[in-house]
Write a protein that binds this ligand. Structure first.
Ligand code: AHM
Ligand code: MG
Length: 339
């Protein structure tokens, strides 16, 4: 198969990035260096997670983060590793992280000329980590607008359509990095014996429809009626449309998204009583995954609008999210809108 051949040909992430860059003869290489910095941080976080049961890094830091959640030690570590790698690399001028209330400027004294903004969730699904369930990193990359010389939060508040790249790392049974620069989606698997990400999933396309839905159904009673009707519909028996559908919910967005991307399905985090605006964050969870899913042929919606077109007001803004196979997202929208 295609992916088998890719493994045989042994295309490393680094080579892939260099080849892509070669298609833009005037490129300075800055963007390639930025991706390299991110992949190095991912390898370091991967190493930390793989040893998590052996050294004292489970549990909490005792701090409460900006979202009112108790911060896990591994959350804090992953955040530090990404900030360190991006600071050292010099191509990033501003970081927005789930684990930090404010945007973090990386050239506070005017030094440096990095022009990329990186928004990230350093360790998504971290409440799962001490029970050995897959977690992930999500990142979203913007360019500092040309007319803007001081990187501030305002510069970062761009709609998702402006992303120049987005990706995620899933620290699963194997570790994978999946990303897009707006020219399709490619997945790389870490070969731990040589410490390189190898192209294993070239040109990922999400099935147009699917039979998996992923949602925290414990919140059923606080879903809006349209969504409850969709779920009841998904559970009815109708062999022609593959119903009843399968429920698959890990509670780790990156892993749930990754499975549905490869198999076809829909992930949903709607508004609930506890989280009236949804739970997931627009800038570093919904937008990057929306860019990826669209590049793979799928869709992402807040139930009414395309996620990528939402104009953000603040860094930690939340949004309801319905993301995955095109037919399923459209179906849920129709139910939500009473069509
Ligand atoms: P986090 O960024 O604090 O880890 O929260 C996001 C996580 C997602 O990974 C996951 O899909 C969701 O929260 C699960 O929430 P719930 O436990 O409410 O189902
Ligand atoms: Mg998260």
């Amino acid at each position: 198969t295609r992916s088998r051949r890719a493994v045989d040909a042994f295309m490393t992430l680094e080579q892939f990035i260099i080849d892509q860059q070669g298609r833009f003869p005037h490129s300075s290489g800055a963007f390639s260096r930025l991706l390299r910095d991110i992949s190095v941080a991912a390898k370091i976080v991967n190493r930390d997670i793989r040893r998590a049961g052996l050294v004292d890094i489970f549990g909490t830091t005792g701090q409460v983060n900006v979202h009112g959640e108790v911060q896990q030690k591994l959350d804090a570590m992953a955040h530090e590793e990404f900030v360190r790698a991006l600071r050292r690399g010099g191509e990033c001028c501003l970081i927005g992280s789930e684990e930090h209330a404010e945007a973090i400027p990386l050239r506070p004294n005017g030094e440096g000329d990095g022009r990329y903004i990186v928004l990230l969730d350093p360790l998504d699904g971290s409440s799962n980590v001490d029970v050995n369930v897959s977690v992930g990193t999500i990142f979203s990359i913007y360019r500092l607008p040309d007319d803007c010389d001081t990187p501030t939060l305002e510069a970062a508040l761009q709609p998702g359509t402006q992303q120049v790249a987005a990706g995620y790392v899933v620290y699963g049974s194997s570790t994978m990095l999946v990303y897009t620069t707006g020219d399709g989606v490619n997945g790389f698997t870490l070969d731990p014996s040589i410490g390189e990400f190898i192209l294993s999933h070239p040109n990922i396309c999400i099935p147009k429809t699917g039979t998996i839905y992923s949602i925290n159904e414990g919140n059923f009673n606080s879903f809006e009626e349209g969504l409850r009707r969709f779920i009841r519909w998904a559970q009815e028996e109708d062999p022609e449309t593959g119903r009843p559908f399968l429920t698959r919910y890990i509670g780790s967005f990156v892993s749930d998204f990754h499975r549905n991307l490869l198999k076809g399905g829909i992930y949903m985090y709607p508004a609930t009583k506890k989280n009236p605006e949804g739970k997931l964050r627009l800038m570093y969870e919904a937008n990057p995954m929306a860019f990826i899913v669209e590049q793979a042929g799928g869709r992402a919606s807040d139930g009414h609008r395309r996620i990528l077109e939402i104009v953000p007001q603040k860094l930690h803004q939340r949004t309801p999210l319905f993301i995955g196979s095109e037919a399923l997202v459209s179906m849920v929208e129709a139910f939500l809108q009473g069509r």
